[in-house]
Design a protein around this ligand. Structure first.
Ligand SMILES: O=c1[nH]cnc2c1ncn2[C@@H]1O[C@H](CO)[C@@H](O)[C@H]1O
Ligand SMILES: [Zn+2]
Length: 359
């Protein structure tokens, strides 16, 4: 009971994933296959092991902008219906193999139209892939549609998200380089989504600090924050460990605004310097609504189980902590309340109870 969860036990626990990019989670061999089929000739390596290494190393640059450059190769091979169905199906399979029972996986439809697909065709292909890959595997995967923050198509993408909301699109997001592209550039899209009673999350407080988080919440009305790590800039910790929250940090905690934290990704982009120093330790101690996520499984060589195992090592977390993160994530999902409750009470709690009992 007091033993630390092992990696194998963590893998068997029912987990929830809210922040994972479809174009950041391809299997290296799939990239190679799809590049060959489509004639994409710019891959930096042609052997799966070497290509996986290249992504992890290239993404480990200390800069969000350089990290994002690696997506040219994944997006480059995701331009046909067949490619999108395959990538989405394999994503669902890989998450199920990792023990994920509910996932919201995001991607930017506007990045997948250079082969002639319409935005609707892109969304339909990914929905079909998730359905195919989830079938019979004890996982449910919904889509989040992302708009790129440096582009001007957010209204179109928001409308797309609303159009598909009853058939597997759970919400909307904006992503891309943060500095210089404040979320308020897309205010019309967020106001439209609010009028439609729709859900959205915003990447904020990763490559840029508090003003970005403040805008995302107080101007745009974000339901959740992608990353949100820089919220610690609004928290002062005294030498005796007591913490004083500024007004924004207090608001985020009081309103139970979910933080979609992605520890390994933050180490690569320089948003945190080491796992032991990652703000997740403090934020968990202060009972912010922290969730644990992968961001980009390919670029970070990670999975939800690996993120959990890393946190167990760094902070000594036990089963109760891992269950708390998981229930937090399920409570924060863009699903109807009764469906969230059914997964918490019917899947998560019994699954963790069994593992705790065995440990
Ligand atoms: O951590 C991140 N921060 C900001 N943008 C990101 C991150 N990871 C991926 N993307 C961006 O989101 C797009 C759609 O999935 C990706 O193509 C990438 O440009
Ligand atoms: Zn992200």
């Amino acid at each position: 009971m007091t033993q630390q969860p092992t990696f194998d036990e963590i893998r068997r626990a029912p987990k929830v994933l809210l922040h994972d990019h479809l174009d950041g989670g391809l299997r290296p061999q799939t990239i190679i296959d799809l590049a060959r089929e489509s004639g994409y000739d710019r891959l930096p390596a042609t052997e799966a092991g070497a290509l996986g290494d290249w992504f992890r190393e290239a993404a480990d640059s200390g800069s969000l902008e350089r990290y994002l450059e690696t997506f040219a190769h994944t997006v480059g091979v995701m331009q046909t219906r067949e490619a999108l169905v395959r990538v989405a199906a394999e994503c669902a399979q890989d998450l199920a193999d990792d023990g994920v029972v509910y996932a919201e996986v995001r991607y930017a439809p506007e990045l997948h139209t250079s082969g002639g697909l319409s935005l609707d065709q892109v969304v339909q292909a990914v929905l079909d892939g998730f359905r195919e890959g989830s079938d019979g595997r004890g996982i449910r995967v919904n889509s989040l549609l992302t708009a790129m923050r440096h582009q001007a198509r957010s209204m179109e993408i928001a409308e797309l998200a609303v159009r598909y909301r009853d058939v597997g699109v759970a919400g909307f997001d904006i992503a891309g380089a943060e500095a210089g592209y404040p979320p308020t550039r897309h205010l019309d899209a967020f106001e439209y989504l609010q009028r439609e009673n729709s859900h959205f999350t915003i990447h904020a407080g990763e490559g840029f600090g508090l003003p970005s988080i403040w805008q995302a919440i107080q101007w745009c009305g974000a339901d959740r924050l992608g990353h949100g790590v820089r919220i610690i800039d609004d928290i002062q910790v005294a030498s005796d460990g007591t913490a004083k929250l500024g007004r924004l940090a207090a608001y985020v905690r009081d309103k139970r605004i979910p933080l979609e934290m992605c520890p390994t990704s933050n180490l690569q982009t320089g948003a945190a310097s080491s796992l032991a120093d990652h703000p997740i330790g403090l934020l968990r101690r202060l009972y912010f609504r922290v969730t644990v996520n992968t961001d980009n499984r390919l670029m970070s060589g990670t999975s939800v189980s690996k993120e959990f195992a890393g946190l167990v090592d760094a902070f000594g977390y036990g089963w109760d902590d891992l269950q708390w993160f998981t229930v937090n994530a399920m409570k924060s999902a863009f699903l109807p309340f009764d469906e969230r409750l059914a997964i918490i009470n019917g899947v998560i709690k019994p699954g963790f109870a069994q593992l705790k009992w065995q440990a």
